[in-house]
Design a protein. Structure first.
Length: 157
């Protein structure tokens, strides 16, 4: 209580992978995941490369779907004549466990790519975890996303 400096330092410094893994397990991001966090990150990074997924580009596209989609206030919105997007938003925020001060709105984005008929569901936090940390979440997590799935969703047909 008295040592504010230490407390702030603790909050601001990036957690170690071990600490992160503990927290992520506690909050069910790794529900059925047998691999360590380090291994999972490594495997997904390799998969991103194999797939040819351009994370920066895809991350910008996902952000656009969210920003445009939320204008519908819960009703579907047509974005770029190609995507039907519905954003459900709840009150409150969720902090990123990487302690980078990203406070995520509680929003779920459901998008249909009308050109290839694929669907994609993600949360704003999930988008941030992928874009900023290369973390696609673990097996069993309701928002686990396969890099290939993301690639195929945006694939032009
Ligand atoms: Zn973060």
């Amino acid at each position: 209580m008295t040592n504010t400096t230490d407390r702030q330092r603790g909050l601001d410094s990036e957690p170690s992978l071990e600490e992160l893994e503990q927290e992520l397990r506690r909050w069910n991001y790794l529900l059925d995941e047998d691999r360590s966090l380090a291994k999972l990150l490594q495997d997904d990074a390799a998969e991103v490369l194999r797939t040819g997924l351009d994370l920066r580009e895809v991350s910008a596209k996902m952000e656009r779907l969210y920003r445009e989609g939320r204008r519908g206030l819960g009703a579907p919105v047509l974005v770029d004549d190609s995507f039907k997007v519905t954003v459900r938003e709840d009150r409150g925020i969720i902090p990123c466990l990487w302690r980078d001060h990203f406070a995520s709105p509680k929003a779920i984005i459901e998008a249909v790519n009308l050109k290839n008929n694929r669907t994609l569901t993600f949360s704003v936090l999930g988008w941030h975890l992928i874009s900023a940390h290369g973390f696609f979440q673990g097996k069993g997590s309701p928002f686990r996303m396969e890099p290939r799935e993301l690639f195929e969703f945006f694939e032009e047909t």
